[in-house]
Design a protein around this ligand. Structure first.
Ligand code: SAH
Length: 455
């Protein structure tokens, strides 16, 4: 029997918005068939047009609002929603914080887990927070433009004010863009994999104000590079590092393997939790420093350290959590798979005169198994994995070491809830509640921290 969807493409319908998906789309139902509608919020009634019909759901866009949510912010710039830079900017900040808590609650409910979720901790000024930008460079109508990809596509929409980035970073991008225009440099052409300049990446220390500019090119040759460097440093005195990164591959991976330092140092510095950190172009560094300090404080509090514990910090990046925890512990072991991040971590330990830490390069799941075999007795294991969460082998080896506590910092509540269940199967349970901390205002990303203890 052929299933027939109750809605058809390009037709208009009226519906109540009953939910908001994890991607920030409003949900309406017609005969139980869900339609995901951009720019629609719960408690709204809208006329929508169906843009795409799939087997079990459809997509739509708002044609007319019949009733609006009191949580709607009307002064929105559609570019931000279109490009996905700020897909939740049409929802009040208070509404965003409630949305993030609600997402975690719903995920737990689906897994039949009875765990409390605290209110999301937000930030005072929920924009202009990002300390890092990476913007594609393309030629549009004969002119070099910098901007952001239209959602779900590779079309670049020119943008000057990125809204969620440090305004000094926006300014730097415009300076570089204007120089590329002035020197008639060649932007990358994604379709044909030709041209030169692919991406501009900028990092700026929140406390230090040190700036790093990385120009990602397809080719080794970058014309006018000396002139470019001279003009950038003249216009932007905060710049401490200008790097050309060569990435000839036609891929979604931003950086290639080759760096050419054209000016200054290969690293910049910033402070976090009162410590100084060296950050290189290839290393992960949290993008919202103000909220990161709150997040780390929760992680430290949840670890309940007395100064006597051996701690493992898995997925340690440049050692930010390890070093923040070191003064509360006897010894900290950090593992991370990016080599330059570990060399940053070692430098960072020296910079801060911290000597009760050891850092190793490796995959967390392999290194955890090695530590287990070597008989390392960790009292507390802290983890901060990427979106895909923990590998089952990691949890296997980690629980075999029998830590009294596991502190889990997560950037994806779906894998967090999955992993909590695996820890529960290994004799651990959640202590207290799950604490969401808003690291990414105006977006749908959710960061949480939770502590697990042995049954
Ligand atoms: N705790 C750090 C970094 C968290 S981001 C901070 O707060 O800054 C996650 C880190 O995990 C990244 O640095 C990434 O390079 C690293 N990573 C990803 N997969 C990994 C794996 N399988 N083993 C070890 N590290 C991994």
């Amino acid at each position: 029997m052929k299933f027939k969807a109750p809605v058809a493409k390009n037709q208009e319908y009226t519906g109540d918005i009953i939910d908001l998906t994890y991607q920030g789309m409003g949900v309406a139902k017609i005969e139980d068939f869900p339609i995901f509608i951009t720019n629609a919020l719960p408690n709204e009634k809208v006329v929508f047009a169906v843009t795409k019909v799939a087997k079990t759901y459809a997509f739509g866009r708002v044609v007319k609002f019949i009733e609006k949510s009191p949580q709607r912010v009307d002064s929105v710039n559609v570019t931000y929603t279109q490009t996905g830079i700020a897909p939740l900017q049409h929802l009040s900040y208070e509404g965003q914080l409630a949305f993030k808590q609600h997402q975690v609650v719903e995920l737990l409910k689906k897994s039949h887990l009875d765990i409390d979720v605290a209110k999301t901790v937000g930030m005072e000024t929920p924009y202009h927070y990002r300390n890092k930008a990476q913007v594609p460079v393309r030629e549009i109508n004969g002119q070099i433009e910098t901007g952001f990809y239209k959602r779900g596509s590779h079309t670049v929409v020119p943008i000057e004010d990125f809204y969620i980035q440090d305004p000094k970073i926006d300014e730097a991008i415009i300076v570089v863009r204007d120089l590329l225009r002035r020197f008639h440099l060649d932007a990358y052409d994604e379709t044909n994999n030709t041209g030169v300049i692919k991406t501009i990446m900028v990092r700026r220390g929140y406390y230090s104000h040190e700036m790093m500019i990385v120009i990602v090119t397809r080719t080794h040759k970058l014309s006018m590079v000396n002139e470019l460097v001279a003009e950038i440093t003249k216009a932007l005195p905060e710049v401490k590092s200008i790097i050309q990164n060569v990435n000839p591959q036609q891929t979604n991976v931003l950086l290639g393997d080759t760096d050419r330092i054209h000016f200054g140092s290969p690293v910049i510095h910033d402070q976090l939790m009162g410590l100084t950190f060296e950050i290189s172009a290839h290393s992960f560094y949290q993008v919202n420093p103000q909220q990161t300090e709150k997040l780390y404080q929760f992680a430290i509090d949840k670890a309940q350290l007395t100064g006597e514990e051996t701690v493992i910090d898995a997925y340690c990046g440049i050692g930010t959590i390890s070093l923040a925890v070191a003064k509360h512990a006897k010894h900290v072991y950090g593992v991370e798979m990016v080599k330059t991040a570990i060399s940053d971590a070692k430098t960072n330990a020296n910079l801060n005169h911290i000597d009760n830490v050891d850092f190793v390069v490796g995959k967390a799941e392999n290194q955890m198994a090695r530590w287990q075999e070597a008989g390392l007795k960790a009292d507390v294991i802290m983890v901060d994995p990427p979106r895909k969460g923990l590998a089952p082998e990691f949890i296997e080896a980690a629980t075999a070491v029998k830590p009294s506590r596991v502190v889990y910092v997560s950037c994806n509540p779906a894998t967090l809830v999955r992993d909590i269940q695996v820890f529960m199967d290994h004799g651990y349970h959640v202590d207290g509640d799950i604490q969401p901390v808003d690291q990414f205002p105006q977006t749908t990303s959710i960061e949480c921290v939770v502590s697990l203890v042995k049954d």
